[in-house]
Design a protein. Structure first.
Length: 101
């Protein structure tokens, strides 16, 4: 999976591309670690438009990010969820835990 970061004003967009699964753990964490330490950032948005697969380990990584972001006083939003990704998030009731755009 490829992780791209764009910072604008008080927010950052993390764009994920490809399969989001257990093998993506290191790239995903490396992508957001420095963003959580940046005091100027208030919101992280994960753009999932180009994610073609995610599994239960990806859901766990999202929950861990949510926990760490909350501890760092940052909000999290999931954007551009579609297809199988949207279905998995819906079944897992992630709409109750995340803002989904």
């Amino acid at each position: 999976m490829q992780v791209d970061i764009q910072i604008r004003d008080s927010g950052a967009r993390i764009t994920l591309n490809g399969r989001f699964d257990f093998n993506s753990h290191r790239e995903f964490r490396n992508g957001y670690d420095s963003l959580l330490r940046d005091g100027a950032l208030k919101e992280l948005e994960l753009d999932l438009a180009n994610v073609d697969y995610l599994d239960s380990s990806a859901l766990g990584m999202l929950l861990l990010l949510r926990e760490r972001a909350t501890a760092a006083n940052k909000s999290i939003a999931l954007a551009n969820c579609r297809g199988i990704v949207a279905q998995v998030l819906e079944v897992a009731n992630f709409n109750k835990l995340f803002t989904i755009r």
